[in-house]
Design a protein around this ligand. Structure first.
Ligand code: SF4
Length: 394
């Protein structure tokens, strides 16, 4: 069995036989496809990997540098990238600054209680998806860890032993599962939904009437709220009421939070940087602080950097055009196992091994549990080896 590194579920039960991938969802199956492997290049010309690393080291040795991406590489490589950023007095940032980093930070700071997916499987009665559609974005979340599996105290099947709540602006595929023993709440204002829980706990009529029923189900035992991007952008930085809601809920019952839906090792990077600096992203080693203006896209727009090392990410594909266009104007080094839109505009491309095919390492699930990923085979140029070589040369 191998781990799938297609998303932060890190499914542990993938089987590969005669080139066929078993148990993975469609997204997971695609990561085992090696057809688009990158080649080492400098200024668009193919070269050997040592020459590409040498040129990358030259680029990164002068001017203002940002290191960006990092969310799909193992913790061992993330540690080296953080060390490299420190040595270069560079900026460092990852997808979490516009993804679910705020929630990870609240958990790390102890502002909201969290739990593990294994505990959810064995104990959770209310499974509450808020602003996320795992049916599409985390295809095996419901079947492997949360709603469908039997485990521990939950042996009677989902129709009796789980209560599903889905809060979303539209009737998503996940919301369509909310039939028997379930509630779908169509949300037009996430803060109003937070206030509704507080109103219901105070014995007042909640603005969203369904909250009264959900709260009475939550009082029956262990509940977990999975929050996604819809919740993050719905709250729009107004987290005080949100943390207050958790504090009040946990005075009367047991309610946890797990962020839902991000890259395979985003949380690993957030936790490593937090341990080292007290911040989870958007950090400047020169200034020793994290600021909103150190977000990678702002560094590009405001022309604060001369070069960037992109590792384990494809920002040209994910960032708005006016931001990614700026990436083409600076010196860009890409470390990636696969060809991508970003590698097409990079000055230097360094191909690395693909996790879990040619390299293993430690990865962290969305609930903060570390897993040890074994590779299918060992390739020479792992992310660790590439970053170690770069570190020696800068
Ligand atoms: S749910 Fe995520 S980790 Fe699991 S098989 Fe799909 S992509 Fe891979």
């Amino acid at each position: 069995m191998v781990f799938c590194t297609g998303c932060s579920c890190l499914c542990p039960d993938i089987r590969i036989e005669n080139g066929r991938v078993y148990n993975a969802c469609r997204k997971g199956s695609s990561i085992f496809n090696e057809k688009k492997r990158a080649k080492p290049t400098v200024n668009g010309k193919e070269t050997d990997i040592e020459t590409a690393i040498e040129r990358a080291a030259e680029i990164l040795s002068s001017g203002n540098v940002a290191i960006y991406g990092l969310d799909t590489i193992p913790i061992e490589a993330q540690k080296l990238a953080i060390g490299l950023a420190e040595e270069l007095e560079a900026y460092i940032d990852d997808n979490s600054s516009f993804c679910l980093g705020d929630f990870v930070e609240m958990i790390l700071r102890g502002e909201i209680p969290s739990t593990t997916l294994d505990d959810v499987k064995n104990n959770a009665y209310v499974i509450f998806y808020w602003g996320t559609d795992p049916y599409n974005s985390l295809s095996r979340h419901l079947s492997l860890y949360t709603y469908y599996p039997r485990g521990g105290k939950r042996q009677r099947g989902y129709e009796e032993d789980r209560f599903l709540v889905v809060a979303d602006i539209r009737k998503s595929h996940t919301a369509k599962l909310a039939k028997k023993n379930a509630r779908f709440i169509r949300v037009d204002d996430d803060l109003k939904l937070v206030e509704s829980f507080i109103q219901a706990m105070e014995g007042k009529a909640p603005q969203y009437p369904d909250v009264a029923r959900v709260l009475s189900e939550m009082k029956k035992g262990y509940s977990v709220i999975f929050g996604g991007l819809g919740l993050k952008y719905g709250l729009n930085g107004r987290y005080e009421e949100f943390t207050e809601m958790f504090r009040r809920l946990n005075e009367i019952t047991e309610v946890y939070f797990i962020p839902s839906g991000f890259h395979s090792n985003m949380r690993g990077f957030n936790e490593l940087l937090f341990e080292k600096t007290g911040y989870i992203n958007r950090y400047s080693f020169k200034e020793g602080v994290s600021k909103a203006e150190f977000e990678f896209s702002r560094l590009l727009i405001e022309e604060k950097i001369d070069s960037a090392l992109i590792i384990g990410s494809d920002p040209v594909n994910s960032l708005p055009f006016e931001v990614s266009r700026k990436l083409g104007e600076i010196n860009t080094v890409v470390v990636d196992p696969l060809n991508s839109l970003t590698s097409m505009i990079a000055d230097v491309v360094i191909p690395s091994a693909l996790t879990p095919i040619g390299q293993g390492g430690t990865m962290m699930r969305s609930d903060g549990v570390r897993v040890k990923v074994e590779p299918l085979r060992e390739e020479e140029w792992t992310d660790v080896k590439v970053l170690t070589s770069l570190k020696e040369m800068v």
